[in-house]
Design a protein around this ligand. Structure first.
Ligand code: SF4
Ligand code: SF4
Length: 625
């Protein structure tokens, strides 16, 4: 499947070596011959190693060894527990002396967590587990092996290789970067010259994983031997093309090399895969072959020792964690060449001055440069900007370095961002051409670090704000739910009471009606008796009195029910079982009241009877007298 219409044109132009160009760029003196004349040497085994637990872009692994542990060469010291985490391994066998902060291989030199190892001198490997046949091994297993071997990009960026290799986007070009355009450095050059076959094995493994349409191995035209060895190593592969790229700095930059080889421009905040390309450094390919074919984790790399401060500039295999003082010794550092000591990790364009000779070699350390006095401009030579715009002409990212410098220096960070500070690849081309010898990249790095700190600070405060708002909303919701629950319960209680009150009223009205009818019947009977001159029977009188009493009580019950209703409404919610039990109690009360009333009526009748008899007796006595 062709992703871009220009695929065929690119293949055609590459086959006749007609490439494209990128804007800007500079041609500093190469100085490669200082170090690229001899084979890579191996450093004698050091006594102490300082292994930082993070040597890549991403997050730290979890430390899985403790102080005092005996360890073997190649043993994992950390475990990768996050996608962007890559483990580090013991560079030799020995004892974990300490887990502590140690000076970092970073421009700031800020101490970072490191594992300090005392070598036992035996240099005993852990049992190695190579993959028997990578071509019959699944993609995900190979990617896991690459991660377990601790491989991250060795060209300078330190991007975790297993993340890049887990690509799911359409891919046309797998580009192998053998450009190494920075002056003085020759580690990749020597690696290609001496280990082209192993680099080719690494490329084969990547092809098996990524399945690109075409492989391009790019080597600068100032490395004819490397071009030849890589061409020989890849000659059997029809879809592998070894390409000679014109020497210009920074042609080895990822975006610049994609543009040179394909004319495609990687978007400002994008990656090469956005234009159908993926890129690996030759050193990374070598490490991949070591991990898969040999089963070895990444514990060493080639480092160039160069500059006129060395009596014997060369390339060496240096174990990760080796302090640079050991490399200085091995390169015969001549302190008489420097009036004030100055040691640069990296090349003259992108490197930084280390703050301590105990700074360790890490996965991205490709060079230790020791310039003699006057060999390179000194940062203290900075003078005022004369607005010559030479920096803009040199910038390969088409930025305005002068403006970036103003805003970075004056800490106007928003303005610096507006001028695309983060598109700056820190190549140093602008600083190289600056007649005022302003260390421009130093200002950009400082500004980027300040912006990152501000972003982290803002992220932390945003998270705290979100947490506070969420809590506030939760409490408000709970309050509203509580109120709603109370409202519903109150309405239910009111409805229940109204229903009970209505039934009681009906019962009382019926009782009153019955009593009234009975009373009328008795009154009628009394009238008839009176007409006949017969006295009313005592039982009728008693009943009338009883009816009157019932009527009075019923009326007062109605009043009482009303009062009860009103009182009940003011009370909190009661459960229905409570209502039922209060109904039962009311019935019992009514029965008790009726019995008491009967008793009172009987007593009144007896009293009236006695009174009547007494009156009769007195009347009789009076008549007789
Ligand atoms: S090259 Fe240097 S002096 Fe010239 S404009 Fe850029 S920063 Fe200023
Ligand atoms: S360091 Fe940044 S601003 Fe300077 S030339 Fe390189 S990309 Fe441009």
């Amino acid at each position: 499947m062709t992703l871009f219409a220009d695929y065929d044109e690119i293949i055609e132009r590459i086959s006749v070596n007609q490439l494209w160009d990128f804007p800007g760029g500079v041609h500093p003196p190469q100085q490669k011959a200082l170090s690229n004349q001899s084979n890579i040497e191996t450093l004698p085994l050091d006594k102490t190693f300082y292994v930082p637990i993070k040597q890549h872009i991403g997050v730290d692994g979890r430390i899985i060894v403790s102080e005092g542990d005996s360890i073997l060469k190649g043993q994992a010291l950390t475990a990768s527990e996050a996608p962007f985490s890559v483990p580090v391994h013991a560079p030799t066998s020995g004892i974990v002396k300490k887990v502590t902060e140690h000076v970092s291989a970073h421009p700031s030199g800020i101490p970072e967590l490191s594992i300090i190892i005392d070598a036992d001198g035996q240099d005993t490997w852990i049992p190695l587990k190579p993959v028997a046949d990578y071509a019959k091994t699944g993609k995900s297993e190979l990617i896991e092996r690459i991660c377990d071997a601790g491989i991250s990009g060795m060209g300078g960026a330190g991007f975790p290789t297993h993340i890049k290799s887990n690509n799911t986007k359409p891919l046309e070009f797998l580009i192998i970067n053998g450009i190494e355009c920075e002056p003085y450095i020759s580690s990749d050059d020597r690696l290609m010259r001496e280990h082209a076959w192993q680099i080719r094995q690494g490329i084969d493994i990547l092809v098996h994983i990524l399945q690109p349409r075409q492989v391009i191995i790019a080597v600068e035209d100032n490395k004819p031997e490397a071009l030849e060895t890589m061409s020989i190593a890849c000659q059997q592969k029809t879809n592998y093309q070894v390409v000679s790229v014109p020497t210009k700095y920074p042609a080895g930059g990822e975006k610049q090399l994609v543009q040179v080889l394909t004319s495609r421009e990687v978007p400002s905040d994008g990656l090469p895969i956005d234009v159908g390309c993926i890129m690996y450094n030759v050193g990374t390919c070598y490490a991949i072959a070591d991990a898969i074919v040999e089963g070895k984790p990444l514990i060493e790399r080639v480092v160039t020792l160069t500059g006129k401060g060395f009596k014997s500039p060369k390339n060496v295999w240096a174990r990760l964690g080796t302090p640079i003082q050991t490399l200085l010794k091995h390169g015969d550092y001549d302190d008489s060449t420097q009036s004030s000591p100055r040691f640069i990790m990296g090349g003259p364009m992108m490197g930084f001055t280390v703050t301590s000779l105990l700074t360790p070699i890490v996965k991205i350390s490709n060079c230790i440069l020791v310039p003699a006095d006057n060999e390179l401009p000194h940062p203290d030579d900075e003078r005022a900007c004369i607005r010559c715009s030479a920096c803009s002409d040199a910038c390969p990212a088409s930025l305005l370095p002068q403006q970036l410098f103003w805003y970075s220096k004056s800490k106007e960070l928003e303005k610096a961002e507006e001028y695309n500070l983060f598109d700056c690849i820190e190549c140093g081309a602008c600083a190289y051409v600056c007649p005022s010898e302003i260390p421009l990249v130093h200002y950009y790095r400082q500004a980027k670090a300040d912006i990152r700190n501000q972003r982290e600070e803002k992220e932390r405060s945003d998270k705290a704000k979100i947490r506070f708002e969420a809590r506030k909303a939760r409490l408000q919701k709970e309050k509203e739910e509580r109120e709603e629950k109370h409202r519903i319960a109150a309405e239910a209680r009111k409805a229940s009471l109204n229903k009970d009150g209505g039934a009681a009223k009906d019962k009382i009205a019926a009782a009153l009606a019955r009593a009234k009818a009975k009373k009328e019947a008795l009154a009628k009977k009394q009238t008839q008796n009176d007409a006949l001159g017969a006295p009313a029977p005592e039982s009728d009188k008693t009943e009338v009195a009883s009816i009157d009493e019932v009527s009075t009580e019923s009326a007062s019950s109605q009043t009482s029910a009303k009062t009860t209703n009103e009182t009940e409404q003011a009370k909190p919610v009661l459960k229905s079982t409570a209502n039922e039990s209060s109904d039962i109690t009311a019935e019992e009360d009514a029965e008790a009241k009726a019995a008491a009333k009967k008793k009172r009526v009987a007593a009144a009748v007896a009293k009236a009877k006695a009174k009547k008899l007494a009156a009769k007796q007195i009347k009789k006595e009076n008549n007789e007298s």
